[in-house]
Design a protein around this ligand. Structure first.
Ligand code: UGA
Length: 443
């Protein structure tokens, strides 16, 4: 009996060793995805946020953000007892083996990342961490931040590791559980291995490196992707000028494995909560170290000009002025399958048109926070947005827009003109129905 009992205790101890007690501070899209996914990987996770309303929603088993599979993941985590939510930061970190910092790093006034949220939390939790705790920087932070966070924690007996995320909004859970790679950067081998072990059940290469390399890699990845898109958008603009079709050009480009066929859709310019902030931050990081990243500065500028180009296309189809005209927009979010309006190209373009005197009517199936834009008349359907408008602009690639036919909208618009900033409509179909059609990179 004694033997059986000790075997049981041994197994229980092994289980405790494998299943880590984790705390995730910040329950935005990165933090929440991290917490839910780590619970799916059998770890015991407390997700923390200072916003009591958000925590109340999460405790009820509902996601406050639109993310595929998130509601189900939260419910599974709560039911299994592996996932819990709290507003109590200090209680949540006491006894945690690993603490993830998933806090906002907004763009500061000079373009560099503002680390004030991270500093405040690091200073707050430092004295309350157990000896040997590993603090993980998951947020995108400038190179050198791991060292800086260590100083803010004010402890020499805890470790800081960089574990950047490569999650796309809308598919963040899927990306976490099926990543292309996991990156763990740090100077203490044991701490790096502890974080790497959290991903033992994930089928992806785990790259171990120093903290600076992991931090640099994250900025390099987002800046490269942004550069790729800006390049494609520039090629699209040139295609329009020379009578080429960007779809044909891109299909040939993508077959070269050195280029790859993903992330090549021309559009109104990139946006969202990551690319605009991270590209600017990398320019600042380079600048701070004596390197003028002229290439990336050019990419940012060209992207801003792309917003202008789309706005000007709308002006053009409206006969040279949008003053006193009404523009119908299909889409507001920065891409489809998210509810996020942060740094949305659609908002930048519509705001330019508004400043030129246009009235804006818009439909978006998911956008959150449109009430913060009082100049946007929000409509309940794509068709309603067209009522009485002088032109239609498609600014987010929601799949439902592709199935709307010209016949559905022609009688609602006061002129048959459309600027398809996402190339989601069939140009032949719209043109043959009498529409003046302008896409991106094709005539
Ligand atoms: C981006 C990266 O893709 C993620 O790997 C990264 O982890 C994340 O930033 C982050 O740093 O947290 P996300 O901002 O969710 O993810 O959006 P993307 O899907 O990358 O799209 C960014 C922008 O590029 C959007 O405005 C989108 O419409 C645009 N885009 C994307 C195009 O115009 N064409 C494309 O082919 C793809």
């Amino acid at each position: 009996m004694r033997r059986l009992c000790s075997d049981y205790l041994f197994e229980f101890a092994i289980r405790l060793m494998r299943v880590k007690r984790l705390t995730v501070i910040g329950s935005g899209y990165v933090g929440l995805s991290t917490a839910v996914a780590l619970a799916e990987l059998s770890h015991s996770v407390v997700a923390v946020d200072i916003d009591p309303a958000k925590i109340a929603v999460l405790k009820s088993g509902t996601s406050p953000i639109a993310e595929a599979g998130m509601d189900e993941g939260i419910s599974r985590g709560l039911e299994s007892g592996r996932l819990s939510f709290s507003t109590d930061v200090l209680n949540s970190v006491a006894g945690a083996e690993v603490v993830f910092l998933c806090l906002p790093t907004p763009q500061g006034d000079d373009g560099s990342a503002d680390l004030s949220y991270i500093e405040a939390v690091a200073r707050q939790i430092g004295p309350h961490l157990a000896l040997g705790t590993v603090v993980v920087n998951k947020s995108t932070v400038p190179v050198g931040s791991s060292v800086q966070v260590g100083k803010w924690l004010g402890r020499t007996d805890v470790f800081v590791v960089s574990n950047p995320e490569f999650l796309r909004q809308g598919t963040a859970l899927q990306d976490f559980l099926h990543p292309t790679r996991v990156v763990v950067g740090g100077d203490n081998e044991e701490a790096v291995e502890k974080v790497a072990s959290l991903y033992a059940a994930v089928d992806a290469p785990i790259l171990r490196m120093n903290a600076a390399s992991a931090e640099a890699l994250k900025y390099a990845a987002n800046s490269f992707l942004a550069t790729k898109l800006t390049f494609v958008n520039a090629i699209a603009d040139i295609c329009e000028l020379v009578g080429a079709d960007v779809f044909d050009v891109v299909s040939g480009l993508g077959l070269d494995p050195r280029i790859g066929d993903q992330f090549l859709n021309p559009g109104p310019g990139w946006g969202g909560s990551c690319f605009p902030k991270d590209t600017r931050a990398l320019v600042k990081i380079a600048e701070g170290n004596g390197y003028d990243f002229a290439l990336l500065r050019g990419v940012i500028q060209t992207n801003d000009e792309q917003y202008e180009r789309i706005a000007l296309k709308v002006v053009e189809v409206c006969g040279g002025s949008v003053s006193g005209k009404t523009i119908a927009s299909w889409g507001l979010t920065f891409k489809a399958n998210t509810d996020d309006l942060r740094d949305s190209p659609a908002i930048a373009i519509l705001s330019t048109l508004k400043d030129m005197g246009a009235t804006i009517r818009a439909y978006d199936p998911a956008a959150r926070g449109v009430e913060m834009l009082p100049w946007v008349q929000r409509c309940d359907s794509a068709l309603e947005a067209c009522d009485g408008a002088d032109a239609l602009a498609v600014l987010t690639e929601w799949p439902e827009f592709a199935s709307i036919t010209p016949a559905d909208v022609v009688s609602r618009l006061s002129a048959a003109v459309v600027v398809d900033g996402r190339n989601v409509l069939n140009p032949q179909q719209w043109k043959s129905s009498g529409f003046q059609y302008r896409g991106v990179g094709r005539s």
